[in-house]
Write a protein that binds this ligand. Structure first.
Ligand code: HXC
Length: 251
């Protein structure tokens, strides 16, 4: 499954996988091909029954410094449309298993958007987040104007997107953009700890819960509650529900 740009390691006993972005020279800049490789690797892990939770990480220096500006500089509106990069971002949204972004260094532009597509974000102390597209004469194009305000509210999202300023991990934590901040050397350990806890739960219940929470961003309350009820009921069709409830009752 490994390519030079992406390293995948699976811990079979914990049922977790770590996908490491490995284009260090370009600070993991997200070219179309690289993003496609990331999606293909995630899709394989999503279909792998030996994996229940996936960690997405980069290098110490960069989670990802955004879309590849060298490629972007040559683009035209029609070129962007034909390339269907948006389709790739939509595909990333379809991954059923929980994704934890373990962010060290820069998470900028498309890199910040990639982290926000994940279900949780754990940041190293040296992490820096930002949507600097405005400084390139463009704006976020992969969810930055939609997911960021849902995480941090309108005012902070406006500030980040309209000024292009970077924020530290501590500030990102303070405004609700990341789950926790940990020392750099503890990043993978902490991400693995959370991933292992998630991976030890009922696979169906976890995936149903993830799907339901994501639906809360797309649906009104009544529609969302109906969706939740449907997924809740599905959990009663699993062995894990029977085993776990009986185990509780039998002490
Ligand atoms: C291509 C990039 C890059 C990028 C860095 N590099 N970011 N290449 N695309 N996004 C390359 C640099 O050209 C350089 O290559 C090498 O990585 C190291 O970068 P430096 O600038 O020398 O490092 P440093 O001084 O430490 O600054 C790091 C940095 C800066 C703050 C991250 O590189 C930077 O501002 N990068 C651009 C960040 C950005 O604007 N991102 C948003 C892109 S637009 P060489 O060959 O010189 O060593 C976007 C839109 C998404 O993401 C839309 C999605 C659909």
């Amino acid at each position: 499954m490994d390519s030079t740009n992406i390293l995948v390691s699976i811990n079979a006993s914990k049922k977790i996988a770590i996908l490491t972005l490995n284009r260090p020279k370009e600070l993991n800049a997200l070219s179309y091909d690289f993003l496609n490789e990331i999606f293909q690797a995630l899709d394989l892990l999503d279909k792998n029954e030996g994996v229940n939770c996936i960690i997405l990480t980069g290098s110490d220096r960069a989670f990802a410094a955004g879309a590849d500006i060298k490629a972007l500089a040559q683009q035209s509106p029609l070129g962007i449309w034909k390339m269907d990069m948006y389709g790739l971002w939509q595909n990333l949204k379809q991954i059923k298993k929980p994704l934890i972004a373990a962010v060290s260094g820069f998470a900028l532009g498309g890199g910040c958007e990639l982290a926000m597509i994940c279900d949780m974000i754990i940041a190293a102390e040296n992490a820096q987040f930002g949507q600097p597209e405005i400084k390139l004469g463009i704006m976020p194009g992969a969810g930055g104007t939609q997911r960021l305000p849902r995480l941090v509210g309108k005012l902070k999202a406006m500030e980040l997107v309209l000024t292009g300023t970077f924020i530290s991990a501590t500030e990102a934590y303070r405004i609700g953009m990341v789950n926790k901040v940990v020392p750099n050397e503890m990043l993978i350990f902490e991400a693995e700890k959370t991933a292992t806890l998630i991976a030890s739960q009922s696979t169906t219940a976890v995936q149903m819960a993830k799907e339901s929470i994501l639906k809360s961003f797309d649906m009104g309350l009544n529609e969302g509650l109906a969706f939740e009820r449907r997924n809740y009921m599905m959990c009663f069709d699993t062995e894990e529900q029977k085993e776990k409830m009986n185990a509780f009752l039998e002490k």
